[in-house]
Design a protein around this ligand. Structure first.
Ligand code: B4P
Length: 187
């Protein structure tokens, strides 16, 4: 199973991908986590990404492509994977197609998690209180939502146009949302 999880910030991509990877025995590839690991390690890439992420903007396609290409060359990818946080614009969706064609691992499913904006803001405020992530402040969240609407929403249309998109209601208990995703993948 090779799966892309799409959705606005706070829709539950990271939360659900973490649950699904164990149940389905898949590699979890979160570009957000990979970037945060670079920041924690103090790498050159992390230094470049930090200010962009803190402001809620997208890190450059070039950096993301290099990171993803290297991650997809790792052995655990052969068992299947969940991509969480990539692609975030149409250029990234096209780059992903090319990368997956190169390794002979085309996508099986694309799942979009739908959650209303006021609830997204509430959830992220909850995480800000618990974890203090640098980009969970109100100004950055507003920008992340704008960036999502302008750049990432077209990716949903990109996959819908191909007939590979399953939309899932992302509102409810974690188990309920997870069950809906399992059902969508089977379909
Ligand atoms: P991400 O790490 O992908 O952050 P996110 O969109 O906020 O989603 P996340 O997965 O963390 O949150 P979740 O919805 O699970 O990206 C961060 C930044 O990295 C981006 O802004 C960008 O700068 C950069 N970046 C990453 N990928 C990139 C790319 N491809 N190109 C360029 N830049 C990129 O959870 C949010 C909260 O909701 C949690 O507290 C969770 O507990 C809660 N929650 C989840 N499901 C819930 C439910 N059903 N009910 C109640 N609460 C729930």
């Amino acid at each position: 199973m090779r799966l892309v999880l799409l959705g606005p910030p706070g829709s539950g991509k990271g939360t659900q991908a973490t649950r699904l990877k164990d149940k389905l025995g898949l590699a979890h590839i979160s570009t957000g986590d990979m970037l945060r690991a670079e920041i924690s390690a103090g790498s050159e890439l992390g230094k470049q990404a930090k200010a962009v992420m803190d402001a809620g903007n997208l890190v450059s396609d070039e950096i993301l492509l290099g990171m993803l290409e290297s991650r997809l060359s790792q052995a655990d990818v052969a068992k299947g994977f969940i991509l969480d946080g990539y692609p975030r614009n149409v250029a990234q969706a096209n780059a992903l197609d090319a990368l997956l064609a190169k390794i002979g691992q085309p996508l099986d499913a694309v799942v979009q998690l739908d959650v209303a904006t006021d609830l997204l803001v509430q959830r992220i405020a909850g995480r800000a209180a618990e974890q203090g992530r640098a980009d969970d402040n109100p100004e950055s969240v507003r920008n992340r939502l704008n960036v999502y609407n302008e750049q990432t929403a077209p990716v949903v249309d990109f996959y819908a146009g191909r007939g590979t998109l399953e939309r899932v209601d992302g509102v409810g208990e974690l188990d309920e949302v997870e069950a809906r995703i399992h059902k969508a993948i089977k379909a």
